[in-house]
Every structure is written in C-alpha cells, then in structure tokens.
Design a protein around this ligand. Structure first.
Ligand code: ZN
Length: 476
C-alpha cells in the first residue's frame, strides 16, 4: 500500500522532471548545494524512509557495535567532528551505502561475508571517504529541485537496492524520473579516491590495510564465478576493477606487515547475525560445534555464543543457559553474554534472575545504552511499566535513539493505562519509520483521548500539524 503511494508520487513527478534543465557541472553554483541544515534534514528523512523498504536492525548490541566501529574510523578521518550515523540493514545481499548527512548503512549479508574485522572496517572506511570527499553532494543537491521528503524517499529506494519487487519498481521509476541512479553510481575517479582516503583512515585507525584489496578482490571473484546476474549490490554502485585492486594492493604494501586481532565484539556480532539471518538455524549447529574445536579463545567463545543463540532460537533453553553460564565464568560481566542469558531466563519465566543480571551488569557499565535498552525491554516483559517508562524517557532525553524506543515507550504507557500517551508515542514510532499515514492516525487518536490534559493536547495537536505538513510536502 505504502509502496504504491510512493509509486504514485514518483510517477507524478516523472513528466515534470523531463522538462527540467540538465544538471549543472561539478562547479555548480552555490544555490544548488544543500546547506548543512538541509542536508541534515534530508539525511533524517532518508533514514526514516529506509524503514519502508528494509528492516533496519534495532538490536541494541548490533547497533552499539556498528556505531562504535564507525566512530573509531571517522575519528581518524578529516571530518572527525561531524556526526555520522551507522546502522545495520537486515538483508542478505552484500551491500553498504552512504546516504546524505553521513548516514552509512551496511547489510547484515556483508558483515557475515567478511573474514576479519579489518575487512568490515575497510568497507566502512571506503564509504566514509565518499562522504568526506563530497562525492555524493551532486546527487543530493538535486534534492533541491524536489521536496526533501520526496528526494529522501527516492534515495532510500535506490540505495538499498532491495530485492523486493515493489521497491525495485519504485527504484526504476525513480531512476527514470531523476537520473538519480547515475549520480549515485560513483565514477572511477571517485572510487579510486575513496580507496586511497579510505585506506589511510583504515590504517590510521589500527586496522589491516591489506584487508581492503583482499575483500574487494574476493567480491569481484565471486561475481566471476556466479555470473553477471549475481553481482553483489555493493559492486553495482562501487564498480571494482582489477586496476583499482592492484593500486590499493600496492599502496597497502607500503605499511609494515603485522598481525591484527579481531575484537570479541566483532566476532560476537558476526555470530549473532549468522544466526539471525539463517532460515534454518538448526543447520548451524554442526558449524559452530566445529568452530569450538579450533582458533583463539575469543574465536571459540564466539562459536559457543553462536551455539547458545541457535539453541535459544530452537527453544532448547536449558542447553543455551548452560553455554552462556560457562561463557560468563570465562568473561565475567561481558554485556553480550549477560544480555543473552537474561533473555533465555525471561523465556524460562525466571524474571527475577534475568533482571538481576542486568542490574549487576549496569553497575559495571552504567553508561551502556545497549544494556539500558535491553533492561528496559526486560522490565516491560515483566510488567514493570512505570520503571520501564522512567528509564526509556531518560534514554530518549539523551537523543539519537532507535525508532523502537518509541514503541517500547508506547507499551509502557499502555501498560500503565495511559492510553493517550501510548497513542502519542506510537505516532512517533510510525513517523520515525517513515509511515506518515499511521503517524497521523495515531496523533489524531492521542488528541482525541487527551481529554482535559492540556499539555498533552497541545503536544498532540502540534505533532499532528507537523505530520500533516510533511505529508503535503511529500505529495508536492
Ligand atoms: Zn565506492
């Protein structure tokens, strides 16, 4: 339904676009360039729209990891002070992309395909370089001719390269409408520059520079073996040539050779994504068991963790619990193990023990957003709505929250019997995930139910007006 609406806007746009003058050259007049504020708005709208096409991971642990890996890399770029936003898209295709305002997404399929943390870091470093070198400015500047909500919807459809036929159709129309695809496909010069700058960022951040040519070469070889139809999405927007790989390899060889170790967090996230993206998790059991017998202690711990997650997904809760207890003896207070164990205990009905694990871990890591979110979810699960609400509101005040936080807040209010507030936060959840129709619907309900609450009435009315304005801008 929503996709169809998107199609409608895009097709309505097509005739208008045909009459527009050709895009200016790279030395475009400044009025074509987005102001930082416009770019930030475009980036936020782009991120909201992505949720209409693909599942953006709201797993606190996965989000925490990709944000900290991204932050380590951008800290060594020449835009160390600007905010970037990293996130994982739960799709099997090998893809990564840079949207407006430093919104950088990486598909779970790409993370699973990496053989080391340096390989994953090399893809992120390459995307970061596209941002710092302003390679995307021209594509985003064309947003100036469209409304920002519309441009964001088109960019989202194109960049995720989703396999969903509806979304693909939307992307095709967008391509015809805006010629936007050509502006997103990087030129060879851009790719070489992103490799060169990305390699520098990678090495400065303490990762293996040799992993960049190695990973890109493996991607290229996989297309040679599987034929043109299976070109990884990443290679469509970032064409890899043999000379590019040779250049990067030569440059990487200038760095002295040394050993690099993967972080435990990388190994755990990769194992978790393997389990989450598997259609038949049971088939992973022999694989993880095999890995238990080799590798470093951290690699074996990740295999045991993967095994525990598979057992959990198959509802072998006792097996899962034993594996996690063993891991916690080896790595006391490790947040990922605490979280997994608490979830198993919640499933077993042992709520008190689960909550107690979170409380202890929070004593060691009071600032961990990941643990705070997980603990709030456990509180909701156990019917402690008021405390969950208090913690969720505190997290929201810190800013930069995942959309799922609004949904949890809505659940907390609903549990407390505060229906109007529950609707109000449900409206925020739908807005944050690009569903304006539902956002308007729930804002209306909140307004209707607010009764004599003057503050809530004012807030709901203001939000309703804002959502309606956005919807108008999108249709324009
Ligand atoms: Zn590229």
């Amino acid at each position: 339904m929503l996709i169809r609406i998107l199609l409608l806007w895009l097709s309505a746009l097509a005739p208008a676009m045909a009459k527009l003058p050709p895009l200016p050259d790279m030395g475009a007049p400044s009025d074509r360039i987005l102001s930082p504020l416009e770019e930030e708005r475009l980036g936020q709208a782009f991120f909201r729209n992505l949720h209409r096409h693909v599942r953006v991971s709201d797993d606190p642990m996965i989000q925490d990891y990709i944000a900290s890996l991204g932050g380590r890399l951008t800290g060594h770029s020449d835009m160390a002070n600007r905010p970037f936003h990293f996130f994982v898209v739960m799709e099997p295709e090998i893809n990564a992309f840079a949207g407006p305002a430093g919104y950088i997404g990486v598909h779970s399929g790409l993370i699973v395909a990496t053989r080391s943390e340096s390989e994953l870091a090399s893809v992120l470093a390459h995307e970061i370089a596209h941002v710092t070198q302003n390679h995307l400015k021209r594509a985003f500047a064309s947003a100036k001719r469209l409304s920002i909500p519309l441009a964001a919807a088109m960019l989202a459809a194109i960049l995720v390269g989703t396999q969903s036929p509806e979304a693909a159709q939307a992307a095709i129309i967008a391509i015809q409408a805006g010629g936007l695809q050509q502006q997103i496909n990087f030129t060879r010069a851009h790719e070489q520059e992103a490799d060169r700058i990305g390699l520098q960022i990678l090495a400065d951040s303490g990762f293996d520079p040799r992993s960049m040519p190695a990973f890109f070469e493996r991607l290229q070889q996989s297309t040679r073996l599987s034929g043109r139809r299976n070109v990884p999405e990443f290679l469509r927007t970032h064409p890899v040539t043999s000379s590019r790989i040779a250049d990067t390899r030569a440059r990487a060889a200038d760095y002295p050779y040394r050993q690099y170790t993967d972080s435990l967090a990388y190994l755990l996230v990769k194992a978790k994504l393997e389990v989450l993206s598997s259609r038949e998790p049971a088939r992973l059991l022999p694989l993880f068991r095999q890995r238990l017998r080799r590798g470093t202690p951290m690699q074996r711990a990740a295999a045991r963790y993967g095994l525990a997650l598979v057992h959990q997904s198959l509802h072998h809760l006792e097996e899962s619990r034993e594996l996690l207890l063993r891991l916690l003896r080896q790595f006391p207070d490790q947040p990922q193990f605490v979280d997994a164990l608490a979830r198993v205990e919640l499933a077993q009905g042992d709520t008190e023990s689960a909550l107690q694990h979170y409380r202890l871990a929070l004593k060691h890591f009071p600032a961990s957003t990941m643990l705070q979110l997980a603990y709030s979810q456990a509180l909701l699960h156990s019917g402690r709505f008021s405390e969950a609400r208090r913690r969720l509101l505190r997290l929201m005040a810190r800013g930069n929250v995942p959309p799922s936080l609004y949904k949890h807040l809505s659940q907390a209010y609903a549990g407390m019997g505060k229906t109007a507030e529950a609707q109000r936060y449900l409206a925020e959840y739908y807005y944050a995930t690009g569903d304006l129709e539902q956002a308007i619907r729930y804002a209306r309900l909140a307004l209707k139910m607010a009764g004599g609450d003057r503050i809530l009435t004012a807030v709901a009315r203001e939000r309703l007006r804002f959502f309606q304005q956005e919807e108008k801008a999108r249709k324009r």
